[in-house]
Design a protein around this ligand. Structure first.
Ligand code: SF4
Length: 341
């Protein structure tokens, strides 16, 4: 498939007037969503455990096994969080944890089965990221395929794109060497797509990576999308640096917006680019004019909150930000139409 942007032309575009980049990305975004509209849903990220042995240098959330602050949420605690989400019109719960060494595949089967049994289709579930599923499979001494099939039978339908961070092996080594290589990540996502899971793609920026590194990441996602058509959306967010071993500082919203625009143009084979209000807060709506056409109102995300994010959980207030930018927010269901139909 021929694409409008190559690695070289992307760098060239980035060197030009940012307004040119914005206008091109906005025009592309308006091909699939009216200019004066953006879609959204209300969700929360439930971190069912904070015990993790992955040791990511950018993470302020995890606790090592035996740490007194470590926890595993009970089913009742998870149900309460979902009940609260449903009560305010939420429709998506992302259930993510870390690399917990003692939780095996049967724990996750029981978890997803119990959520699906209690809520049916009233709530959609984003499950563990593919790196977590690889860890679960290996610690349960089963293949990745068996783990994915068993989770699917327990009611899971989505593997979200988290765990990608920056898809270059050099950055993976620096940020989270235990979180598998680029090819293991991509092969895992391809397998999930082949088995019929819905998937999303993500990228996290602001670790100090170059534009070339970001373009390499986009290139991997675009190539896999050409092969499978399995990604329904792409979400870009920024590294939050408080309380982390890696340290550093946050990148500017201007740099974030340029990256959103670049993503919209580079990933011309992915239907929806999502803006991260989670990390960009009240500056998030600007991204809806730089190539993004969708956003989440997020009630909870322990991982970024521990690293300094202050979430706005008043849904009406978040929608007012969007309206103030001249855009009408349209609530959507969690089910994107993918290129698979
Ligand atoms: S980002 Fe996730 S996998 Fe990495 S240390 Fe934190 S909880 Fe563990």
């Amino acid at each position: 498939m021929k694409h409008p942007l190559t690695r070289e032309s992307a760098l060239h575009l980035l060197a030009r007037d940012p307004e040119q980049l914005r206008l091109q990305a906005h025009a592309k975004r308006c091909e699939q969503c009216p200019e004066e509209e953006a879609t959204y849903l209300i969700m929360r990220i439930v971190s069912y455990t904070n015990i993790c042995v992955a040791n990511c240098s950018y993470c302020a959330f995890y606790r090592r096994p035996n740490d007194p602050e470590g926890y595993v949420l009970s089913d009742e605690a998870i149900f309460k969080k979902i009940d609260d989400l449903l009560a305010i019109g939420g429709s998506l719960v992302a259930m993510e944890g870390g690399f917990h060494p003692k939780l095996k595949i049967d724990h996750y089967e029981k978890l997803f089965r119990s959520v699906r049994a209690r809520y049916g289709d009233a709530i959609e579930i984003y499950g563990p990221t593919i790196v977590e599923v690889i860890f679960i499979a290996r610690s349960s001494r089963i293949s990745l395929e068996e783990a994915l099939v068993r989770l699917q039978k327990a009611g899971l339908r989505w593997i979200p794109g988290g765990g990608a961070e920056i898809l270059t092996d050099a950055w993976r080594q620096k940020l989270s060497p235990l979180k598998y290589s680029v090819s293991e990540y991509l092969d895992g996502m391809e397998l999930a797509q082949r088995l019929g899971y819905g998937t999303t793609a993500t990228m996290v920026i602001g670790f100090g990576e170059s534009w070339e590194d970001r373009i390499e990441h986009l290139e991997h996602i675009r190539a896999l999308q050409n092969k499978t058509g399995g990604f329904s959306s792409f979400l870009l967010w920024t590294y939050q640096s408080d309380n982390t071993a890696l340290g550093g500082s946050r990148i500017s919203n201007e740099e974030y917006l340029k990256a959103v625009a670049l993503s919209r143009l580079y990933l011309d084979n992915i239907p929806v680019i999502r803006a991260s209000f989670l990390t960009q807060g009240a500056q998030g709506p600007a991204a809806l004019k730089w190539g993004a056409s969708d956003f989440d109102v997020v009630l909870e995300d322990q991982v970024t909150q521990k690293a300094g994010t202050i979430l706005e959980t008043n849904v009406e207030k978040v929608l007012e930000w969007v309206k103030a930018a001249g855009i009408t927010p349209k609530k959507r269901t969690p089910f994107f139409v993918t290129s698979k139909g």
